[in-house]
Unconditional design. Structure first.
Length: 257
């Protein structure tokens, strides 16, 4: 049988002049955020924009200059906060992402926006529990409430850095304590409130940005603050409390020794 020479196999190839839209289109329909390049078509959330998402700025206002500081970022998603941290002067960022799709998008954003950060693929909880590396700051935005073992994460962060920054949801005090299971980690006891992603989220959807298993355990606000003190942070400050956040009560916390 003679091959049909009119057939051109193109799905694996881009035949246009090299351009950033071609890079973004590798993940067409799978972007969450709007990557800030003029005319670029990506996602709809404006999380690269400091005026729309001021979380990195809160850290910078607390610690002062980020220049020369070694920052570990947990769960960068699409590198939106990584980008903002570099805008604020950070030049040494290691960002660990477990979601393969988000990790590849981080690499694309790194090229499109010229970021200096190093992106690693893997479980940051395992990294923190096993590494001997130390950091000036651990930046943990949107990750604590997705942990199966949130106390363990707080303990391991405290062992690796004198400064930590969190944005996280917490369990309302109106929720009965009896619904939580008492758990102890290195001398601190708290109630873990189990949250099952299904049926609230489809774990197969690209928009799902939670943990890597079917459930997580969440903490009440006082237990987050108290455990950080227990694990060695002498100065724990709530920068912004949002009890009426549409996704559930949330706050920004920064802590230091």
């Amino acid at each position: 049988m003679t091959p049909d020479k009119s057939i051109v196999v193109t799905p694996k190839y881009t035949l246009s002049f090299p351009n950033w839209q071609a890079v973004a289109d590798i993940f067409e329909g799978q972007w969450i955020c709007r990557v800030p390049l003029p005319g670029l078509k990506t996602g709809g959330m404006d999380l690269f924009n400091p005026d729309a998402d001021s979380i990195p700025r809160m850290l910078q206002e607390y610690v002062g200059s980020l220049k020369g500081l070694r920052i570990l970022e947990l769960g960068p998603m699409e590198a939106n906060h990584t980008y903002q941290l570099e805008l604020l002067g950070a030049d040494q960022i290691i960002a660990i992402e477990a979601n393969r799709l988000h990790y590849l998008k981080c690499l694309a954003v790194k090229e499109m926006l010229g970021l200096k950060a190093q992106f690693l693929l893997g479980d940051f909880s395992k990294y923190l529990s096993e590494t001997k590396d130390r950091f000036d700051i651990v930046f943990a935005s949107g990750v604590l409430y997705h942990m199966v073992d949130p106390l363990g994460l707080c303990r391991n962060i405290a062992a690796r850095s004198p400064v930590a920054f969190f944005w996280t949801h917490y369990v309302s005090d109106a929720v009965a304590d009896e619904l939580g299971a008492i758990t102890a980690v290195d001398g601190y006891s708290a109630r873990y409130f189990r949250f099952d992603y299904f049926p609230h989220f489809d774990l197969s959807e690209y928009t799902f940005t939670g943990g890597g298993v079917e459930h997580c355990n969440r903490l009440k606000k006082h237990d987050i603050l108290n455990c950080l003190e227990h694990y060695g942070y002498s100065n724990v400050r709530v920068l912004l409390d949002q009890p009426d956040h549409p996704g559930g009560p949330a706050f920004n916390v920064v802590c230091s020794r």
